[in-house]
Write a protein that binds this ligand. Structure first.
Ligand SMILES: [Zn+2]
Length: 313
């Protein structure tokens, strides 16, 4: 009786099986060496030699949990009523071409009244009354007058706390050096001294918790106005610097405008050209006053500075 050996593979088939296995391994090693890209076909990992085709598509980063904030797009705000109503048919000229847009657009305010803080004089106290001709009193009166003059064209309000102010007016000569090296502010000079300086910073204003709305991009101005000028020059300087802070980030080439680039013997009042220029600026797009387009985690502070710069002019 011949034993049936059905579980045995015939010798010839056995060799064929090993040849097939070696061939498969060799092809696999070759494809590993060509740098193929692993993909899955069904549940099976496969290396595909045509790597270029797949790699020509942009590499996809794994999805991240945190959302990156983006600057608001440039948009214009509604023109304030005070400027809507402004027109002077006798002089419609302006010097808008001399105004420099910044990386965040034009320096337009959109919340009114604009909050202005004026640094009090050193000797001013609750009970003390300064003499009318005291230098600190005269400086204060000149600055207050300049605020009232611009208030006809954009609503301004005084605030007693610098932290809440949009515009901070300091009773001091400009610092000798820019606070941030390489970021020069707009400095206005007398012939041999630095009489005034305007600088702005860009901040984020977070909504009060627990609001989850994204923060708003805002700006804040700091003006240095030296206390060492006559009242007439202090008024002209304050008028000029406030013009910068209200958005006129540039200078007029004509001496009859208060934003003329040089200090002159007979300083000009706010001119029609100054206001025409201001009105055009407030019709321009800006990123200021608009919310970031993606939410980020609010900080513990109400505002936090962004690393942006003061532009030279
Ligand atoms: Zn200036």
């Amino acid at each position: 009786m011949v034993k049936q050996r059905r579980h045995w593979i015939p010798l010839r088939q056995f060799y064929r099986f090993w040849l097939f296995l070696i061939a498969v391994l060799a092809i696999g090693l070759f494809q590993l060496g060509t740098g193929g890209v692993p993909i899955k076909v069904g549940a099976i990992p496969v290396r595909v030699a045509e790597a270029e085709v797949i790699q020509s598509q942009p590499a996809r980063q794994p999805a991240r949990q945190e959302v990156q904030p983006a600057l608001p797009p440039l948009q214009s705000h509604p023109l304030p009523d005070s400027l809507v109503n402004w027109q002077n048919p006798a002089d419609s000229s302006d010097y808008f071409d001399a105004i420099t847009p910044t990386p965040v657009g034009y320096l337009v305010w959109s919340r009114f009244p604009i909050q202005v803080y004026v640094q009090p004089g050193e000797v001013r106290a609750e009970t003390a009354v300064l003499a009318d001709d005291h230098p600190a009193q005269l400086w204060d009166e000149a600055v207050q007058q300049a605020i009232q003059e611009w208030n006809l064209y954009l609503p301004l309000a005084l605030t007693s706390t610098a932290d809440q102010a949009d515009i901070i007016i300091l009773r001091a000569a400009p610092p000798l050096q820019s606070i941030r090296p390489g970021h020069e502010p707009l400095v206005d000079r007398l012939p041999r001294v630095r009489s005034a300086e305007s600088r702005y910073e860009i901040l984020l204003r977070h909504p009060a918790p627990p609001a989850a709305a994204p923060p708003t991009l805002i700006h804040r101005f700091t003006l240095h106005i030296t206390p060492n000028q006559t009242p007439a020059y202090t008024l002209a300087t304050a008028r000029h610097e406030l013009g910068h802070a209200l958005g006129i980030w540039g200078h007029s080439p004509i001496a009859s405008d208060s934003l003329y680039f040089a200090q002159v013997g007979n300083p000009a009042p706010i001119s029609s050209r100054d206001v025409n220029t201001l009105k055009r600026i407030y019709q321009q797009p800006t990123r200021l006053g608009w919310a970031l387009t993606h939410a980020i985690q609010p900080s513990s502070e109400a505002t936090q500075p962004l690393p942006t710069e003061n532009l030279p002019n």
